[in-house]
Design a protein around this ligand. Structure first.
Ligand code: BGC
Length: 767
C-alpha cells in the first residue's frame, strides 16, 4: 500500500478521508494511558467499515477454545482482551439528518495524533444531502494524570443554515469482540442509569466476574460560553444515553464536552464502583477539558524527557521512532505488576492482549532505560507471580519437574492452542530467564536474585533438565521436536537457539546459586532447602552444559538453525519474485515449511542475546548466511537484524532494517495494521536506535557506547536512565556528545576509551 500519512516530527497526520484506510487509521491513531485505550473510532455514528474498540488493561475473557482436532494438553480457553463499553459515543442529528461520514460529503478532513501532548484530533466539513454544511472539530485523550478519565471536546459550526440539532451522548456496553470464537457476547448487564447530565453503565463479564463501570457527564457551550440545553435521559440494558436539543445558528460554534470515568473491580470493590466513577468524573468535570488537557501535556512532557529520541535530517525516521515510543508509553506504564504488554496493546484485538515472550525478549530493555527501575522489576514480578501456574503447565504436559511458562497468557495459564507453538516453542522459557539476567546486569539490583529470581531460574532449569534427552551412542544431550523463534519450521530437532538458551539458563542458574552462596549463605541455604535443590541435580546441569549438542556447519563456519537445515533447497529472498511476499499471505503452509525461508531472527536472536560470547567474525558469517534467507514476516525480526548490522558495520542494511521496524505500522509493511499496531516490536525499534546505532550496552556494571550514524541522518540523540543517572547521548557525523543530566557520576567506555563522567557534565569526542 502506498504510504498515505504525512511526515511530521511530532505528529501523525492524515489529510483527506479515505474509508478504505479508515480501519488502518483507527489502529494507528489509537490513544491509551496504560489503564485503558481506545481505537481512533469516530465519536459520531459511522456506518462504514470500522472496528469499534475500547479496551481496559487486565480485563479479559476466557473464550472457549476453538480447534478442528483436539489434542491433549490444549488449554480449554483462549483469553481475549475485552472490547468494552463504548464511552466516546455521540449521536448527532442535524435538521433530522444523522451525521455519518459514510453518508455525507466530506471535505477538509484532517486527523492528527499529537504525540508530544498526547491527544487525538480531527476536523472536517460535512455536507448533508440537503446541502446543509457543518464544520466539525473533535479532540480527545485518555488522561495520563487521572488514569480512569477520558475526555473529549466536539465542536459544530453550521456554515450555511440555522436550525436545530439533537445530540445523544451515550455509553454503550452492548459490545462484542470481533474475534469472539463463537460469536458470543461476553458482557452481562448490571446497571444502567441516567440522572440530569450524568449517565452510568455497569456491565460484567459472563465468566470471571470482571465488572466495568463507566460514568459520563456531558456539557455544552455556545461560542465558548456554557449553555444549558434541554436534556432527556434514556436507559436500557447496558446502555445510558442523554439526548439534547440544541439550536444552531450560522457561524456560531456549539461545543460538546464529554467526560467519562471507566473503573473496574480490578482496582475497587464491586459495590464501590459507581461511587468511585461518579467521584472521578465529577473531579474531571470540575477541572474542565482545558485543565485536563494541560495536565496531559505535562504528563507527556515527563515521559518525553526520559524517553525521547531525536533524529535530525530524516523526518520519516524521526516520526517513526517517536510513534513507537509514544505507543509504548501509552500501552504500559508499569505501576501495576498484574499487567503486561500485549503485542497489539490497546490498538486491536488480535493476539488477545495477552503476554508473549515479546515482553522479556524485546520490551524489557526499553522500560529498563527509560523509566524507573521498579517498572522493569514489575515485569519480572509478573512472571514470578505466575510461577505456580508455569509449574502446573509443565505437569499438565507430562513433565515431572520444573516450570514451563506459557507462550501466551493473561493470568499465567497457557491459552494458545496451536500445537507447534504451545507445545514446541519452548524457547520462551529461556527468554524469561534471560530477562532476569538482563535486569540485574542493567540495574545492578542483585537483591532481585535472592528475593525472587533464583526460584524462577531453578524451576526453568529443571524443565530444561527434563526436556533434553541424552543420546548415549553420541554422548550428547539433544532437544528434539521443537519450534524455534522461526515459526516457519516446526517440530525440528536441535534448534541451535533453543539448545543454546537452555544450556545458558543452566549456566546462569548455577552462577546465581554460587553467587548467593558467596554473598548470603543464609539465603542460599533457605532457597536450597525450600526448592529442594540437590547436589545430583546441579551435577546433572553441569553435565548437560558440557555435553549439549549444537548443530554447526563447519564448511560455512555457521551455527545451523537446526539439524538438516542445509538439506533444504537454498534460495535467497532477493531471488524470489516479489509477488510471493509476504509468504504467509501467498504460500500454503506446506510450502513455507518446506522452504529455507526464515520468518524472524533465530540463530541471530542468540547472537543478539549472548552477544559477548561470539567474536565479530562469527557474528558476521552467521549474519551473512541467515539474513538473505530471512523474510522478516514477524514484526520482531528487523530490529535484531538492524542491531547486528550496526555492530558489523553494515550501514545500509542497518538503516533499511531500521526503517522497516520504525515505520512498520505507519507504512503498513505487513499489510495487517488494521488488526492493531505491533506494539511489542516497537520496543525493538527503540533497541535498534539505542543498542544498534548507539552501540549501547552494559558490561560489568559500566556503560559501553559504540555509536555509528547512518549517512542519511544529520544527528541522532537518545536518553538513558542508568542506576539513578540520566544521560543524553548525541551523535552527529563527526562528534559524539554525552551529557550527564544528573548529579551522579557514571563510568563508561566510548569507542574503547574509558571515561568517568561526573554529574552535570559533558564530554565531547570525535569519531
Ligand atoms: C512471532 C512470535 C511472537 C508473536 C507475537 C509471532 O508472529 O513469530 O515470536 O511472539 O508473533 O508478537
Amino acid at each position: 500500500m502506498k504510504p498515505y500519512l504525512k511526515e511530521s516530527e511530532w505528529s501523525i497526520i492524515e489529510e483527506g478521508f479515505d474509508p478504505e484506510k479508515h480501519e488502518i487509521s483507527e489502529s494507528i491513531f489509537s490513544i491509551g494511558n496504560g489503564h485503558m485505550g481506545q481505537r481512533a473510532n469516530f465519536e459520531e455514528t459511522y456506518t462504514g467499515k470500522s472496528l469499534q474498540g475500547s479496551y481496559l488493561a487486565g480485563v479479559y475473557y476466557p473464550d472457549k477454545t476453538r480447534v478442528g482436532w483436539w489434542k491433549n494438553g490444549y488449554p480449554e480457553y483462549f483469553a481475549k482482551v475485552l472490547n468494552a463499553t463504548n464511552w466516546i459515543g455521540l449521536n448527532i442529528v442535524v435538521e433530522g439528518q444523522t451525521l455519518d461520514l459514510n453518508k455525507v460529503k466530506v471535505s477538509g478532513f484532517l486527523r492528527e495524533l499529537n504525540m508530544k501532548e498526547g491527544y487525538l484530533s480531527r476536523k472536517f466539513t460535512a455536507e448533508f444531502p440537503n446541502g446543509n454544511q457543518i464544520k466539525v472539530t473533535a479532540t480527545r485523550f485518555v488522561s495520563m494524570a487521572q488514569k480512569e478519565i477520558g475526555a473529549l471536546e466536539y465542536t459544530i459550526e453550521p456554515m450555511n443554515f440555522s436550525g436545530t440539532m439533537s445530540v445523544t451522548s451515550y455509553l454503550d456496553g452492548d459490545i462484542k469482540n470481533k474475534d469472539a470464537n463463537y460469536d458470543e457476547k461476553f458482557w452481562d448487564p448490571v446497571l444502567s442509569e441516567v440522572k440530569d447530565h450524568s449517565g452510568t453503565v455497569i456491565v460484567k463479564t459472563k465468566k470471571l466476574d470482571f465488572h466495568v463501570c463507566s460514568t459520563m457527564e456531558t456539557r455544552f457551550s455556545l461560542n465558548n460560553n456554557p449553555i444549558d440545553v434541554l436534556a432527556e435521559g434514556y436507559n436500557r440494558e447496558k446502555y445510558a444515553g442523554i439526548s439534547y436539543e440544541v439550536p444552531l445558528e450560522t457561524g456560531k460554534v456549539t461545543t460538546i464536552y464529554k467526560y467519562v470515568a471507566n473503573v473496574t473491580n480490578r482496582d475497587y470493590k464491586i459495590d464501590e464502583l459507581k461511587m468511585v466513577s461518579e467521584k472521578e468524573v465529577k473531579q474531571a468535570l470540575a477541572k474542565g477539558f482545558h485543565q485536563l488537557k494541560s495536565e496531559q501535556r505535562e504528563a507527556w512532557a515527563l515521559k518525553w524527557r526520559d524517553s525521547d529520541i531525536e533524529i535530525k535530517g530524516d523526518v520519516a525516521a524521526q516520526q517513526g521512532i517517536r510513534f513507537n515510543i509514544f505507543q509504548l508509553n501509552q500501552t504500559y506504564t508499569g505501576e501495576d505488576d498484574r499487567l503486561n504488554i500485549g503485542p497489539k496493546g490497546f490498538t486491536g484485538e488480535k493476539y488477545g492482549g495477552s503476554t508473549y515472550w515479546d515482553t522479556e525478549a524485546y520490551c524489557l530493555p526499553f522500560y529498563l532505560a527509560t523509566a524507573d527501575q521498579k517498572i522493569a522489576r514489575n515485569l519480572l514480578i509478573y512472571r514470578k507471580k505466575h510461577l505456580e501456574k508455569a509449574i502446573e503447565n509443565a505437569r499438565k504436559l507430562g513433565f515431572e519437574k520444573g516450570a514451563l511458562y506459557p507462550m501466551v497468557t493473561m493470568n499465567g495459564e497457557e491459552c494458545h492452542n496451536e500445537w507447534e507453538i504451545t507445545f514446541e516453542e519452548i524457547h520462551r522459557n529461556g527468554a524469561i530467564a534471560y530477562a532476569i539476567y538482563n535486569y540485574v546486569n542493567y540495574t545492578g539490583d542483585k537483591t532481585y536474585l535472592k528475593e525472587h529470581g533464583i526460584e524462577v531460574l531453578v524451576e526453568i532449569s529443571r524443565f530444561w533438565e527434563e526436556r533434553v534427552n541424552y543420546v548415549p551412542h553420541k554422548k550428547v544431550y539433544m532437544i528434539l521436536g521443537v519450534t524455534g523463534p522461526n515459526e516457519y519450521d516446526n517440530n525440528v530437532n536441535n534448534n541451535w537457539y533453543t539448545n543454546r538458551i537452555a544450556s545458558w539458563t543452566l549456566e546462569y542458574t548455577l552462577y546465581v546459586l554460587d553467587y548467593l552462596k558467596d554473598v548470603d549463605r543464609k539465603k542460599y541455604e533457605y532457597w536450597l532447602d525450600k526448592l529442594k535443590v540437590k547436589d545430583e541435580e546441579t551435577k546433572k546441569w553441569v553435565d548437560i552444559i558440557s555435553n549439549m549438542y549444537y548443530p554447526i556447519d563447519k564448511k560455512a563456519g555457521i551455527y545451523l538453525q537446526q539439524d538438516g537445515y542445509l538439506d533444504k533447497e537454498q534460495i535467497y529472498v532477493k531471488d524470489l519474485d516479489p509477488k510471493h511476499l509476504p509468504l504467509n499471505q501467498n504460500w500454503s503452509w506446506d510450502r513455507i515449511l518446506r522452504s529455507c525461508f526464515i520468518k524472524q531472527a533465530d540463530v541471530l536472536q542468540g547472537m543478539y542475546f549472548l552477544n559477548n560470547e561470539f567474536d565479530l567474525e562469527t557474528k558476521k558469517r552467521n549474519f551473512d548466511f541467515y539474513e538473505p534467507r530471512t523474510v522478516h514476516e514477524s514484526s520482531l525480526s528487523p530490529c535484531v537484524h538492524s542491531i547486528l548490522a550496526c555492530e558489523l558495520g553494515y550501514k545500509d542494511k542497518a538503516y533499511e532494517m531500521y526503517l522497516r521496524t520504525a515505520r512498520l505500522d505507519l507504512d503498513n509493511y505487513n499489510n495487517d495494521t488494521e488488526d492493531g499496531c505491533h506494539i511489542t516490536s516497537m520496543a525493538g525499534t527503540w533497541m535498534s536506535v539505542v543498542e544498534g546505532f548507539g552501540g549501547f550496552k552494559v558490561i560489568n556494571d559500566n556503560i559501553v557506547l559504540n555509536p555509528f550514524i547512518p549517512g542519511q541522518w544529520k544527528s541522532f540523540s537518545f536518553k538513558v536512565l542508568f542506576r539513578g543517572a540520566r544521560l543524553h547521548v548525541q551523535v552527529d557525523q563527526e562528534m559524539i556528545t554525552i551529557t550527564n543530566e544528573t548529579d551522579l557520576s557514571v563510568k563508561m567506555a566510548v569507542l574503547g576509551e574509558h571515561y568517568d563522567l561526573k554529574g552535570n557534565s559533558t564530554i565531547t569526542l570525535t569519531h
